[in-house]
Ligand binder design. Structure first.
Ligand code: NAD
Length: 262
């Protein structure tokens, strides 16, 4: 498997060439509500990615004391018909009590590059990033065993469906799966996708196949350091690191969705 950092760099170069070749000049609009350290870092990362590949971008910051959810929905409606806008991201979380689904469904599905609209044609960025990475590494899907740990709407469920569509035998496990069952499924897994947000949940007491590929989606913070859902040095064929793993693939998935939206 390619080193993710290097793979992402290669892919960004290809995206940059596409932007130049097709004169893509519409902008990505990111609407930010909450302004804490983590959210600011996510928005900054997305802007940096756009700069690197030559995509124009604008960040609109909301003020909780001056704006309400109707203001945000009206803003999105204006952006939907703005010819200069090529994609809209509403950065989560929203302010307390704001209805996330109402906001996400206000975005024109053709501009919904996060893939959260109920009529969206885009895959959410994390599954898209992971699937493209596996395909670009010639991972063989048909008839192989996948275990997806976690069943969220933005990672676990869409990922499981795509893997099933690629003819894998897919097992989804969740908070009610017994630990002995989980261990049993993992021992037979060719691909493990873990997305639960529990630091180092999979440790060296879990046994994996020699050829197992583990994609670690989870992000937790321990003493200021980012930690995944799986220890970085478990025995397997390949384990995506945290940091420098699925987070980068997700950002790449978002850029690709933006390009596809043009
Ligand atoms: P979530 O946080 O909404 O939900 C957690 C999921 O984990 C639930 O489906 C729950 O059933 C499951 N779960 C909890 N305990 C479990 C257990 N013991 N065994 C099996 N399943 C269990 O899920 P999410 O939004 O997919 O986020 C999961 C993690 O991935 C978080 O740490 C999040 O920050 C991270 N994340 C990272 C990226 C990235 O780009 N790297 C993208 C999205 C999410």
């Amino acid at each position: 498997m390619k080193i993710i950092k290097e793979y992402v760099l290669e892919q960004k170069n290809l995206i940059k060439k596409t932007v130049e070749k097709y004169h893509i000049n519409k902008k990505l609009v990111i609407i930010q509500s909450v302004s804490d350290g983590a959210t600011n870092a996510y928005v900054k990362g997305k802007c940096k990615d756009c700069d690197e590949v030559g995509i124009a971008h604008e960040v609109i910051r909301l003020d909780e004391s001056a704006h309400d959810i109707d203001y945000l929905v009206n803003l999105i409606k204006k952006l939907n018909i703005d010819e200069t806008v090529g994609g809209i991201i509403v950065q989560l979380p929203l302010f307390d009590g704001w209805d996330v689904e109402r906001v996400q469904n206000a975005i024109d599905p053709r501009l919904d590059i996060d893939g959260f609209h109920k009529l969206t044609k885009f895959l959410p960025a994390t599954p898209r990033g992971m699937i493209d990475y596996l395909k670009d590494n010639d991972f063989s899907f048909p008839g192989k065993n996948a275990v997806v740990i976690g069943r969220s709407e933005i990672v676990g469920r869409p990922m499981a469906k795509i893997l099933l569509d690629l003819n894998m035998n897919v097992t989804i496990t969740h908070s009610k799966t017994t630990n002995s069952d989980l261990r049993h499924y993992l021992e037979n897994a060719d691909l493990v996708v873990v997305a639960i947000g529990k630091a180092n949940f999979l440790d060296k007491t879990y046994k994996f196949k020699e050829n197992a590929v583990i994609l670690d989606v989870g992000i937790s913070r321990i003493d200021g350091h980012l930690v995944g859902d799986c220890e970085n040095d478990v025995q397997c064929y390949f384990k995506s690191p945290v940091p420098g793993g699925v987070g980068l693939l997700t950002r790449l998935g978002l850029l690709k969705n933006f390009i596809d939206a043009q």
